[in-house]
Write a protein that binds this ligand. Structure first.
Ligand code: PMT
Length: 401
């Protein structure tokens, strides 16, 4: 993801204690983060800890000559690529809606021309109050984006909606907000993760795919405004913000899910590691070794799974279909063979013999292999970076049609 300059505006709710974790999460994604606090926020989180985790001076007082000398409030409003308000209390939302500017945070929010994302947190009755909902409607009309709040047990003892979203969810929403929505109106279908082919009631044949590559692709598509369906195999990753997820386990389940979503999709990207074979027979019970006489070995007979990519490419229409190729040797030659056999628009080939790329790591080194014979080699990049490069190519391809 592109690093951004994020101004984190913190208002005075109990959820402010999560602000240092939010700063750390944003910085892990390479964003530069500066913090500004309302006077009430300081009761819940210390400016010193925010300074330590952000590595930047923390702003709190509109009339402090020292602070203003370093970067004045208008300079701060102009500096930000994004202003993130977390937590956003009912009071601050009301001030934003009314255009009040009576402290540093509200003044910066009025002065900035950067996109604004708010993460509300408050008591359930304050959240559902017509005044708060009317204020949110005003803010949404002005283009302010909202993430959360979540439901659950609230700090005030009530149960219900009002909990600030998890910092990881807010960080993903922050990365997505304000990115040019080049894929708006486009339905993107992505597959990710490995399949698990059952042997018996407890065992299965699977592979090392973590889902990171496919999830990064789904996230990038959502960032660009697409409507995204993510068919996820075996993975423990959280669903990217704004993505509809369909969980499957086996290749046959993945095929059914892909076919169910295929007609509505304009772009299909198959990053999942689908098992080529599955056991012919699946025992409904756990196979016990005592049942095998005298330590005899167990032979599994495997049958080929349908090739989903090949099947959908055969009825591609005007869709753009991208396949991946996981190769351990002769990467380019094998990828070219796969491209012509499967009939998709592009193959993204990765060398899975490398320990720093491919399966179950955060980075990937890929080749884009085109039907024209053109091959582009990308350097080792974080998987979100590979996803961004991929969509830049897909968008260009579709523009040229
Ligand atoms: O999940 P990660 O840990 O982030 O790892 C990423 C990855 C290495 C899994 C990913 O980058 C990748 O290479 N995915 C494709 C893995 C794979 O199954 O490759 P393949 O060469 O066996 O298959 C070629 C293509 O056909 C793939 O798009 C695959 O989804 C598709 N396929 C394969 C078999 C099958 N029965 N049906 C299919 O649709």
């Amino acid at each position: 993801m592109d690093p951004r300059r994020i101004l984190l505006a913190i208002s005075g709710g109990i959820a402010a204690y999560k602000a240092p974790e939010l700063v750390r999460t944003l910085r892990r994604a390479d964003h530069v983060v500066r913090c500004a606090l309302t006077p009430e926020a300081e009761r819940f989180v210390s400016p010193l800890s925010l300074q330590a985790v952000s590595g930047e001076t923390v702003r709190r007082d509109l009339f402090d000559a020292g602070e203003e000398g370093e970067i004045d409030h208008i300079g701060l409003a102009d500096w930000a690529d994004l202003v993130l308000v977390a937590p956003a209390t009912a009071n601050l939302l009301a001030k934003m809606a009314a255009g009040l500017a009576d402290d540093l945070v509200s003044t910066v929010l009025l002065a900035t021309r950067a996109p604004i994302l708010v993460a509300p947190a408050m008591n359930v009755n304050m959240w559902s109050h017509p005044a708060t909902q009317a204020n949110l409607a005003v803010l949404r009309d002005r283009g302010v984006a909202v993430v959360g709040p979540d439901s659950g047990e609230l700090a005030c003892g009530w149960e219900g909606i009002g909990r600030m979203s998890d910092p990881s969810v807010i960080a993903v929403a922050a990365a997505a907000h304000g990115v040019p929505p080049t894929l708006i109106g486009t339905r993107v279908l992505v597959t990710a993760g490995g399949t698990a082919e059952p042997i018996d009631a407890v065992r299965s044949v699977t592979n090392r795919s973590s889902g990171k590559m496919g999830f990064a692709i789904a996230n990038e598509a959502a960032r660009r405004g697409a409507e995204v369906v993510l068919v996820a195999g075996v993975t423990s990753l959280p669903t990217p913000f704004g993505v509809r997820r369909v969980d499957v386990r086996s290749a046959l389940e993945m095929r059914a899910a892909v076919l169910a979503e295929f007609d509505e999709a304009s772009i299909v990207i198959k990053a999942a590691a689908v098992a080529d074979f599955r056991p012919i027979e699946v025992s409904g019970r756990k196979i016990k070794k005592e049942e095998l006489a005298g330590g005899a070995s167990l032979t599994l007979e495997l049958v080929q799974n349908p090739d989903i990519l090949q099947e959908i490419s055969a009825r591609k229409g005007d869709r753009t279909i991208v396949g991946f190729a996981a190769e351990s040797h002769d990467v380019l030659a094998a990828a070219k063979r796969k491209l012509s056999r499967k009939g998709c628009d592009l193959i993204v080939a990765n060398d899975i013999s490398r320990s720093d790329a491919g399966f179950d790591v955060d980075e990937n080194a890929v080749l884009f292999v085109w039907p024209s014979g053109e091959v582009e080699e990308l350097p080792l990049l974080p998987k979100p970076g590979v996803a961004a490069q991929l969509f830049d190519r897909i968008e260009k391809l579709r523009e040229g049609r």
